[in-house]
Write a protein that binds this ligand. Structure first.
Ligand code: KIV
Length: 275
């Protein structure tokens, strides 16, 4: 018999049970060593985000990222982290053409080591979500500032500022939930709208520049560690400042999320333009 201690991976069922008692902490990650650090610090969920195109590969958007890129980093992370639930991002062009295209590429990511895939987009993605979930692939939706739409949005801009856009996001959240999504990232929308969305659905909501009312929070790991150059979005906080180690920085984030201290008012967007 092996003497290795075995840490079972969190399941959707256990995440829902945990979420009834406290907030969940999620971070992006792209390699095994950081994955082990996140696991040791108590992170509940890891996202292999297509943000890897920017923070790992040095592109100026997420658009060049391929399924093979995400699969490679997913396999690295899955080997490094035993307990966290692992979500792989479906990159630009890998799921929008048809539910069948999405299924084929999602299978590649699940076989690389994820337990769930994430798809960006609004109500138009509901048929794809239903198709994937019906075939055994849990889905995390992603609404609001969906970076794969940067060229349509005209930059990385807060979404849902006017009444029409807010109604479309509320409607999308409902439709994606009805289609079977069990989690939903809400990115860069005004706090009162993010709160309304989070309170209008029963699935696990994951905020980033959204609201502390979400069930969970996510940040890009490099942002949490203050790595990289250029203008940082409002929702970023450097947890390495004042921390004694990488693990201590990640633990501080986990503790702040669990306690509902992150995001604070300075990391969310006010209702009015320019907030
Ligand atoms: O790609 C990514 O890292 C993401 C998160 C910021 C939610 O989509």
């Amino acid at each position: 018999m092996s003497s290795h201690s075995y840490t079972p991976r969190l399941t959707l069922h256990e995440l829902r049970r945990l979420a009834a008692a406290r907030k969940l902490a999620m971070l992006t990650c792209y390699d095994a060593a950081f994955a082990a650090t996140l696991d040791a610090a108590g992170v509940d969920m890891i996202l292999i985000g297509d943000s890897l195109g920017m923070v790992v590969q040095g592109h100026d958007s997420t658009l060049p990222v391929t399924v093979a890129d995400v699969a490679y980093h997913t396999a690295c992370v899955a080997r490094g982290a035993a307990r966290p639930w692992i979500v792989a991002d479906m990159p630009f062009g890998s799921f929008q053409a048809s539910p069948g295209q999405a299924y084929a590429n999602a299978v590649t990511l699940m076989q690389a080591g994820s337990q769930m895939v994430k798809v960006e987009g609004g109500a138009e993605m509901a048929p794809t979500v239903e198709f994937l979930v019906g075939r055994g692939i849990p889905v995390c939706a992603h609404i609001g500032l969906t970076p794969q739409h940067v060229n349509v949005f005209g930059g990385y801009r807060v979404q849902g500022r006017d009444a029409g856009a807010a109604e479309r996001l509320l409607d999308a959240a409902q439709r994606l939930q009805d289609a079977g999504a069990s989690m939903m990232v809400i990115e860069a929308v005004p706090e009162p709208l993010a709160r309304r969305i989070a309170e209008s659905v029963a699935l696990i909501t994951i905020g980033i520049g959204a609201s502390v009312a979400c069930t969970a929070q996510v940040l890009v790991l490099h942002d949490l560690l203050g790595a990289g150059v250029g203008k940082r979005p409002r929702f970023v906080k450097n947890f390495l400042q004042g921390a004694a180690s990488l693990e201590a920085a990640v633990s501080a984030y986990v503790e702040d999320v669990r306690a509902g201290r992150f995001p604070g008012p300075e990391q969310v967007y006010a209702e009015t333009a320019g907030g």
